[in-house]
Design a protein around this ligand. Structure first.
Ligand SMILES: Cc1ncc(COP(=O)(O)O)c(C=O)c1O
Length: 326
């Protein structure tokens, strides 16, 4: 066997290595703030976190993602509320006040020059050891990434998605409502669906109630026109879902008859008139097939379209927008 060349690298070699990595696999990351670096970088090779950060080697970190729409940040306060709730449940110290974090997010967005995309930010318990508990005196880290966002095929909106019930167990409630960096079940669920030639998976809880999808909530329109969403017990409280549950009241008497948040048995769900995916990245997309069975007539329905219009309108002209000072 030929001997492996294992040089001991200096700082310049490391930088060259990081640059080469990005050349082999280019990314479109526009700006990154790191409290550990004390500023913003725009060169993706420099968007790095130390290996011994507790978020990296033990998954002890949280994150959230807000949308950047037409040069404005959408619904950031709702995302920050959830971020702070996740931090508290994860016993993470904040790296600054809410106001400071908001300010850093807005300023990083401005440096990025990106007008449409996503803002993902993380809180970690910091570096300092490879122990199970955070290192003594570890300084919490705050990181902000401005990037193009996740994109989905156009056919999801025109033809609808095909999903399957995942074989992976749903997260217990505490972990489901906390947006921690432990997304193994979510990743495996999506990979499993893709391997089966489908678009995504759906978690079902141990009581037989519908949960959520990989990085999106699911909701239904019942046969009698009720827009019905699972309770936020075993699923992440989606900012999109919460906003749409509010906005959808304006559709009552038109395409829906009522809005309801309740446990949804799988048998009720399978009899729905429409099945929907909701989330910051996907917005609203119709599901037309679940476990190889059509939802109603197997075509996208009017409520999916009406909710997408409501959400897009809110993202363009609503009262939850922050102007980015480019
Ligand atoms: C597991 C999970 N459920 C639901 C959602 C939808 O949440 P939101 O509408 O805030 O994007 C997300 C995305 O953050 C998620 O990761």
């Amino acid at each position: 066997m030929p001997a492996v060349a294992l040089p001991v690298l200096g700082a310049e070699d490391v930088l060259a290595g990081l640059r080469a990595l990005r050349t082999r696999q280019p990314v479109k990351f526009a700006a990154f703030y790191s409290s550990q670096l004390g500023g913003i970088v725009t060169d993706p090779a420099l968007m790095i976190i130390p290996f011994d950060d507790h978020m990296v080697h033990r998954g002890h970190g949280i994150f959230d993602t807000a949308g950047l729409v037409n040069g404005r940040i959408y619904d950031l306060e709702a995302h920050l509320d959830r971020f702070l709730g996740s931090a508290e449940r994860s016993k993470l110290k904040l790296a600054g006040s809410r106001e400071e974090m908001r300010d850093i997010i807005i300023k990083t967005a401005a440096v990025s020059q990106l007008r449409d995309g996503a803002i993902r930010y993380w809180l970690s318990s910091g570096p300092g050891s490879l122990e199970l508990s955070p290192a003594a005196g570890a300084q919490p880290g705050f990181f902000v990434m401005i990037f193009g966002g996740l994109s989905y095929p156009e056919r999801w909106y025109t033809d609808g998605l095909r999903v399957m019930t995942t074989t992976y167990p749903i997260k217990p409630p505490l972990y489901a409502i906390t947006k921690a960096t432990n997304y193994l079940p979510n990743v495996l669920m999506q990979m499993e669906a893709k391997e089966a030639g489908l678009d995504n998976g759906v978690f079902i809880d141990e009581n037989g109630f519908v949960g959520e999808s990989s990085n999106m909530n699911v909701a239904f329109v019942t046969r009698d026109g009720v827009f019905r969403h699972p309770q936020f017990k075993s699923v992440l409280p989606g900012c999109t879902s919460l906003r749409l549950l509010d906005l959808a009241r304006g559709l009552v008497g038109r395409v829906i008859t009522a809005v309801e948040v309740s446990d949804i048995p799988v048998s009720d769900a399978r009899a729905a008139r429409e099945m929907l995916l909701l989330g910051s990245s996907v917005k609203v997309a119709p599901i037309v097939e679940w476990d190889r069975q059509p939802i109603a007539d197997g075509k996208p329905g009017p409520v999916a379209r009406a909710l997408l219009n409501l959400l897009e309108e809110d993202m363009r002209t609503g009262d939850r927008l922050i102007d980015v000072p480019y």
